[in-house]
Design a protein around this ligand. Structure first.
Ligand code: HAM
Length: 422
C-alpha cells in the first residue's frame, strides 16, 4: 500500500507552514494588545465534554467527532473546536473567580469528520480567543472588532469580506422561538429535505443552515429571531450594534445566522470572504453565557471567536496577498577550494550567531556552482574565501546587487555583511 496522508488532512509544507507561523504570530501580537494570554488545552478530551458543551443534537456531535476508546476503555474525542476545552480548563483551575474577567487565545489543529472539499478539512487549524467573565455588550463589540482588526492586519481587503451579526436570544426567549420554527418546519415539510424535516424535533434552527436551495427558499419565510427577542436580549443586541457603529465596524444583520454549536446565547457573528465557494466562513463566534453551568462550573458569561487558517489563507491568496513569503538567505559563504572549507564553515556559523541568515555548501561543489546556488537562494551578499584570503586572514565580501567587492578581515565579516543587508 502506498502511504499517503489520510483523507481530509494535508501536510503543511513550507509555503503553508510559513503562512501559519505568520498568521499565528500576527494574532499573538494583536491579541496581546487586547489583554489576551495564551492557553493550550489537550488535543483530546473526554467525549462527554463535547457532547454536553457543543450539544448532543449538533452535526458536530452526531456525525463529525473522532471518538475512540483508549486502552483503558475511556471514551475520548479529538477536539472538534477549542471553546469547550478552554471553558473546561477555566472551571478546573478556577481561572475566572466571580467578578473577574479572563482572556485567552489559542492556536492549533481541530478535527471534524466532514466531507472534504475546498476549505473543508478533517484536520484543520484554528486561531481563537475566549473572553470569560463579562456579560456586557462592550465585551461583544471588543471581540467582534478584534476579529475584524485581525483580518485587516493581515491585509485582507475590506471589500472582500463581510461581517454578519445576529442575536440568538437566551433561555428566556429562545425556547419559544425554537418551537415556532419547529412548527413552521412541520407546516412546510413538502418543500424541505428529509434532514431538515427531521431537524424539527431535535434542532430546528439548523434548518436555516441547510445548503439545499429549496430548503433555503422555504426557510426564508420562517419566523425571525429578531421578532422574537425578549426585552433584555433586544437591549443587549442594540447596545452591541451601537458600539460597532461607534467603532466604524461595518456589519450586516443576518437573522438567519444560527451557527453550528448549541452553546451560543445572544450575540453570534461570522466573517465570510470572497472567492472561497461554499465554505466561505473564515471565522465566527459568539456569546455562550450558559456554557460554564452546562459543564458544571459556576455561572460565568463568556464569548469568543475562532478563525480557520486554511480558509483565511485561501481568502488572502484569492485577494493576491501571500502571507507565506520566504524570508530568504541574506548571506552565502562560498569556498574557492577545499582548503577554505573549514574557514567557510566557521564564518557561516559566526554570521548566524550574529543574527544573519547564512547558508553554505556541504557537498564540495565548485565555486561556480556555489555562486549559482547563492543566486537561486536570493542571497544579498556572497562571502568568498580561497587560499589568497586565507593567507591574509580575510574574506571577499561581494554585494550581489551592485557586484561591488571588498576584502575584509575575517573577524569583521559579520559587521560588514550586516551593514550591507541593512
Ligand atoms: P466554528 O464556526 O465551528 O466555530 O469554526 C470556526 C472557523 O473554523 C470557521 O469559520 C472555519 O473558518 C473554520 N472551520 C470549521 N470547520 C472547518 C473544517 N472542517 N475545515 C476547515 N476549516 C474549518 C468554532 O469552532 C467555535 N469554537 C468558535 C468560538 C469560539 N465561539 C466562541 N468562541
Amino acid at each position: 500500500m502506498e502511504l499517503r496522508a489520510p483523507k481530509g488532512t494535508v501536510d503543511m509544507l513550507p509555503d503553508a507552514a510559513r503562512a501559519w507561523e505568520r498568521l499565528s504570530k500576527t494574532a499573538h501580537a494583536l491579541f496581546a494588545r487586547y489583554g489576551y494570554e495564551p492557553i493550550y488545552t489537550p488535543l483530546f478530551e473526554h467525549t462527554e465534554l463535547f457532547a454536553r458543551g457543543i450539544g448532543e443534537a449538533t452535526d458536530i456531535v452526531t456525525k463529525e467527532m473522532y471518538t475512540f476508546a483508549d486502552r483503558s476503555g475511556r471514551s475520548l474525542t479529538l477536539r472538534p473546536e477549542g471553546t469547550a476545552g478552554v471553558v473546561r480548563a477555566a472551571i478546573e483551575h478556577s481561572l475566572v473567580p466571580q467578578g473577574s474577567v479572563a482572556k485567552f487565545y489559542y492556536a492549533g489543529p481541530m478535527f471534524r469528520y466532514e466531507r472534504p472539499q475546498k476549505g473543508r478539512m478533517r484536520q484543520f487549524w484554528q486561531i481563537g480567543v475566549e473572553l470569560l467573565g463579562a456579560a456586557e455588550p462592550s465585551a461583544d463589540a471588543e471581540v467582534i472588532a478584534l476579529l475584524v482588526r485581525y483580518f485587516e492586519s493581515l491585509g485582507l481587503p475590506r471589500e472582500r469580506r463581510r461581517l454578519l451579526v445576529n442575536s440568538m436570544g437566551d433561555e428566556a426567549c429562545r425556547p419559544a422561538y425554537r418551537d415556532s420554527v419547529a412548527a413552521y418546519i412541520r407546516a412546510h415539510e413538502d418543500g424541505l429535505c428529509e434532514e431538515c424535516r427531521r431537524r424539527a424535533d431535535a434542532n430546528p434552527l439548523r434548518a436555516f443552515d441547510c445548503k439545499n436551495e429549496s430548503c433555503q427558499a422555504v426557510m426564508a419565510g420562517a419566523p425571525r429571531i429578531s421578532d422574537a427577542l425578549c426585552d433584555e436580549c433586544r437591549a443587549h443586541y442594540e447596545a452591541v450594534k451601537r458600539r460597532l457603529d461607534a467603532l466604524g465596524v461595518a456589519y450586516e444583520e443576518e437573522p438567519r445566522l444560527v451557527r453550528g454549536l448549541d452553546y451560543y446565547t445572544r450575540t453570534v457573528f461570522e466573517v465570510q470572504a470572497e472567492g472561497l465557494g461554499a465554505q466561505n466562513a473564515i471565522g465566527g463566534g459568539g456569546r455562550y453565557d450558559g456554557l460554564f453551568a452546562t459543564l458544571g462550573g459556576p455561572p460565568t458569561p463568556g464569548l469568543g471567536f475562532a478563525l480557520g487558517f486554511e480558509r483565511t489563507l485561501l481568502a488572502l491568496r484569492a485577494a493576491g496577498v501571500e502571507p507565506g513569503a520566504a524570508e530568504g538567505v541574506a548571506a552565502y559563504v562560498a569556498a574557492v577550494d577545499e582548503s577554505a572549507r573549514d574557514a567557510v564553515f566557521g564564518l557561516a556559523m559566526a554570521l548566524r550567531d550574529a543574527g544573519v541568515a547564512a547558508e553554505l555548501d556541504h557537498r564540495g561543489r565548485s565555486l561556480k556552482a556555489q555562486l549559482k546556488h547563492a543566486d537561486k537562494l536570493g542571497a544579498r551578499v556572497a562571502v568568498i574565501v580561497g587560499p589568497d584570503e586565507l593567507a591574509s586572514g580575510e574574506a571577499t565580501v561581494r554585494d550581489m546587487l551592485t557586484k561591488d567587492e571588498r576584502r575584509v578581515a575575517l573577524v569583521d565579516v559579520p559587521a560588514r555583511v550586516a551593514a550591507l543587508i541593512g
